[in-house]
Design a protein around this ligand. Structure first.
Ligand SMILES: [Fe+2]
Ligand SMILES: [Fe+2]
Length: 307
């Protein structure tokens, strides 16, 4: 039997004291909905990320890169399914309902997966910049998340994302130390991915952000973004690349990077699945889901006969 609390205030007191909620516990419906939506968004994003990663298996240069992309694809799809299971345990939607919502364009997924990766250098920028941004966000959730199953599954996801980021770093070095054409290719990819990566952390957290109040997230969006900017503005400029922000500068007193004003319109478009590549990506994912229907039906009929 799970635990229950006399009031929402008591439940909040439990969370504030560092308490961890398990699926069998009685939890306020608002908490259940927020945790569910957060994990569903994460699961959908892993799946959409994994599917684009898969597109690059045949196009990755050389066997070694193909093996790495193959492994990364497996990791991301694996992350998605672990997360769908954790989300389904909350009893709001089944795993299949979440997938069907996503493929019917009723689901949400992170902004960066609403853009197209145009060249191999985009894949490098994704591994180097986007995986690093995801890692910063997920580490912050992992440290202090109040929902037990999510926190436990994040331990594994964060470990694997660490490999993706290192893989990105290694590829970035090849481009940074490469030919003029390679450096131009990475610069063009950086021009495409800098702002979407900054957007990925979300608009500044509101003072009454429910995700913070319920200890689902533990750090504010703008603080996480700043952590990323401090590290990656230093690294990128150190390698001689130029982030596409004419107002990016170091504050002379603190020595910290300050970005120019962020235009939130492109992020808002992705919230409505109206990003530059949203329609193609969702349609592509839906097509694969339909093409593999016979596999699911065959497995179900075997399971039915065995029962
Ligand atoms: Fe992942
Ligand atoms: Fe990843």
């Amino acid at each position: 039997m799970g635990r229950s609390w006399g009031s929402v205030a008591e439940f909040e007191g439990f969370l504030d004291a560092g308490g961890i909620v398990e699926p069998v516990d009685a939890m306020p419906d608002e908490y259940r909905q927020h945790v569910f939506r957060f994990i569903e968004l994460h699961a959908n994003s892993e799946l959409m990320g994994g599917l684009t990663e898969r597109d690059w298996i045949p196009k990755a240069p050389g066997l070694r890169r193909k093996l790495a992309v193959l492994a990364k694809t497996q990791d991301e799809i694996g992350h998605a399914h672990l997360l769908y299971m954790v989300a389904a345990d909350l009893g709001v939607k089944t795993r299949v309902e979440m997938l069907e919502d996503l493929f019917a364009n009723r689901g949400r997924f992170h902004n960066v997966f609403h853009y197209q990766a145009v060249t191999w250098a985009d894949q490098v920028a994704i591994a180097y910049l986007v995986d690093a941004a995801a890692l910063i966000s997920q580490q912050a959730v992992f440290k202090n998340c109040s929902y037990g199953p999510y926190k436990r599954i994040l331990r594994r996801i964060v470990a694997e994302e660490g490999f993706h980021m290192r893989h990105g770093e290694e590829m970035l070095l090849v481009f940074a130390e490469g030919t003029a054409v390679q450096r131009e290719m990475f610069q063009a990819a950086l021009d495409r991915w800098w702002w979407p990566t900054l957007h990925m952390f979300g608009p500044p957290s509101k003072p009454d952000d429910a995700l913070l109040r319920w200890h689902i997230k533990s750090e504010r969006n703008e603080d996480l973004r700043d952590k990323w900017v401090q590290k990656y503005a230093t690294l990128l400029t150190g390698y001689g690349f130029v982030p596409p922000d004419p107002d990016l500068r170091r504050d002379p007193e603190s020595g910290r990077w300050v970005t120019g004003e962020i235009d939130w319109a492109p992020l808002k478009a992705t919230f409505a699945n109206l990003g530059p590549d949203s329609a193609r990506r969702v349609a592509d994912a839906a097509r694969h889901w339909n093409e593999t229907r016979w596999v699911r039906e065959a497995l179900e009929s075997v399971a039915r006969r065995a029962a």
